[in-house]
Design a protein around this ligand. Structure first.
Ligand code: NAP
Length: 317
């Protein structure tokens, strides 16, 4: 049985993989897999652990013919880089790592809400370049976050964890849009329309999965509906926000600011976005802690182990 892990992992996950799977190969680079590597993965390995950026598209499966690989145990909850339908048609199952990422990603959303509202990134840049002239009553006035209204687009695991933090931690009112109503243990208003919600909230937080269905869900119309002081926060996938429209809204001060962890053409970040003082830009840090990345790796390996034991896959997507 041969298993290919597509990136270096934490020490704990590496140790377990080497102990548990005799035929394990761990790729030594952090670059996304090339087409040739993906074809090799499908033809030479029984299980592959891919991750963000490894585009297992319908074309790749078409080129692979009948693959030896039977499981893509994705490292990460988001799997919009894998064409799941094409994988299944080729006899390849797909699993992900839900739950392990929820709290850490919600924490990064809160980081971005606070950084964007309180101009933390802009302030730090000013201080580091020696331009701080000292405290005064009207210095760098931002938006007070406590008690405001947050709108969550995508009230799943991460959306709910963000809403919970906003409600219990910051006394915010919560609105949300999702495909189905949620049974929550805190107050939250389900809105019928994203556009209507966008016009009512002080923070619009994007927490839907990526993929064709949600591509450019946040477009010029949604940004145009937002209040001029409101902030857009995206911790989901870059493609959910139409980046050119966002840049335009920020340049023209149509919204208060944006806090982003993900980018439409990641890892490319447009210079126009970098130049904006009302944009807070993080390098996809959502799950970036040692314990969370280890939990994600263990979850991917649990799926691999279940496949090898002939058991039901715990996290089939
Ligand atoms: P989840 O539990 O599946 O939640 C997704 C939510 O989005 C669900 O509430 C779903 O509605 C809703 N939704 C889906 N399509 C929608 C649409 N077209 N309009 C409105 N709502 C829609 O997923 P999760 O675990 O919270 O993760 C969400 C995403 O976050 C992942 O897919 C991943 O891309 C991203 N993520 C980013 C990071 C990072 O590092 N920044 C880390 C982890 C995850 P229903 O509940 O009605 O189905």
């Amino acid at each position: 049985m041969k298993i290919w892990i597509a990136r270096p992992m934490t020490a704990a996950v590496t140790a377990r993989a080497r102990e548990a799977f005799a035929g394990v190969e761990i790729r030594e680079t952090n670059a996304v897999m090339s087409e040739a590597e993906m074809l090799r993965a499908l033809s030479e390995f029984d299980i592959v652990v891919p991750t963000l950026g490894d585009r297992f598209s319908a074309e790749i499966f078409a080129k692979a013919g009948t693959p030896r690989c039977k499981l893509l145990a994705n490292f990460g909850v988001g799997y919009n880089h894998i064409d799941v339908e094409a994988a299944r048609a080729a006899g390849v199952e797909v699993t992900n790592t839900p739950g392990a990422v929820t709290d850490a990603t919600a924490d990064i959303a809160m980081t971005l809400i606070l950084m964007s509202a309180r101009r933390a990134s802009e302030g730090e840049r000013m201080l580091r370049k020696g331009a701080w002239e000292g405290w005064h009553p009207t210095q760098m006035l931002g938006l007070h976050a406590t008690g405001k209204r947050v709108g969550i687009a995508g009230m799943g695991r991460i959306g709910q964890a963000i809403a919970r933090r906003c409600h219990f931690g910051f006394g915010m009112d919560v609105s949300y849009v999702a495909r189905s109503p949620k049974d929550l243990d805190f107050p939250a208003d389900r809105e019928e329309s994203l556009l209507a919600m966008a016009g009512q909230v002080d923070f619009l937080v994007v927490a839907v999965p990526g993929g064709p269905e949600t591509r450019h869900l946040i477009n010029a119309e949604v940004l145009g509906a937002m209040q001029p002081h409101a902030h857009l926060i995206n911790i989901a996938r870059g493609e959910v926000v139409e980046e050119a429209a966002l840049i335009n809204a920020l340049q023209n001060r149509r919204i208060g600011g944006a806090g982003l962890d993900v980018y439409e053409f990641e890892p490319k970040v447009p210079q126009a976005l970098i130049d904006l003082d009302n944009a807070t830009l993080l390098p996809h840090l959502g799950t970036a802690t040692e314990e969370v990345r280890s939990n994600m790796g263990h979850m991917a390996l649990d799926n691999a182990a279940a496949y090898l034991a002939g058991e039901a896959l715990p996290n089939r997507v």
